[in-house]
Design a protein around this ligand. Sequence first.
Ligand code: F0G
Length: 350
Amino acid sequence: MSLAPIPLLDRYRDILARDDERFAVTLGEGGTPLIHANRLGEEIGLANLHLKFEGTNPTGSFKDRGMVLAVNRALASGARAVVCASTGNTSASAAAYAAAAGLPCYVILPAGKVARGKLAQALAAGARMIMVDGNFDAALEAVRRIGEDGSAVVVNSINPDRLEGQQTAAFEIVDALGRAPDALALPVGNAGNITAYWRGFRRYAADGHRLPRMLGFQAEGAAPIVRGEPVAEPETVATAIRIGNPASWDGAVAARDQSGGLIEAVSDDEILETQRRIVQLEGIFCEPASAAGVAGVRRLAREGRIDSREVVVCVLTGHGLKDPDAIQGEEGTLTPIAAELGAIRAAMGL
Ligand code: F0G
């Protein structure tokens, strides 16, 4: 008997694979935990709150689910290289999967706005880093053009293989709960993930499952879908979702409207406070953007807009270790004291 887990793309190959398609590259993506958040749920006032922790993916974010399919297909199609624009996680994932596939990887990033851990990941994997004086939206526009001349395969979510692969998170949630949740909450940036989840739930719904309300949350300073128009200079502490003109805007609006859901904005303060409560009450350290979904659900529960018995799943999209700077200034003083028992006891206050 083999103890090796079935790779994600093989587990759902009935849905995802083309005839006889073989997937050469896997890093062990998917199969992330769905955690019943008892303590956080009690604080928020929800008895059935679950966290889908995507930080346990190989590069620490949900991007790996779609990247594995996009890079396998790029490789099979004879691509010479892959390219992406990114707020950080897509670049970390592209760099890793391209390395495993033996393909050169180019990443175009907004200078000064990518979390340190994500930069380190792409650098370490040998991606060619191109920093631009501009935001993600400008970088993605350039990448679209580069993709048109065929010199590299674009692995942003404008590549349909990305969203195909990202649906697997919805499949896993339905498989774990035995049903779809009543509501699914997640952060919205380029709006690919909310589009992919909705597509995934509908595919499984064909098997007789109910459909969740889709609850998307943008950061207040980067909330184009909430405002109904692009934001020229998006700004938020949650750099992963610092996006002013999402590529999958229409998909997000369709997910919201068809599901009877909503897309609203949360403040940076709500995001950071919620990020802290998640790890303090549940032990799960997610990055700031990932806390946006929980922050939004917290507000909805407070306002009585979610019933306390509903089954609610919040997607924690990325690992907290990616963005250590988001925690600085909150650690208290880290000034050393003498390495003596008395001094240490005194400092412990015990
Ligand atoms: N959460 C995290 C941690 C992300 O990295 C992203 C997007 C999102 C949420 C939003 O997902 O774009 O599908 O709506 N990060 C992209 C990147 C933009 O380049 O890594 P979305």
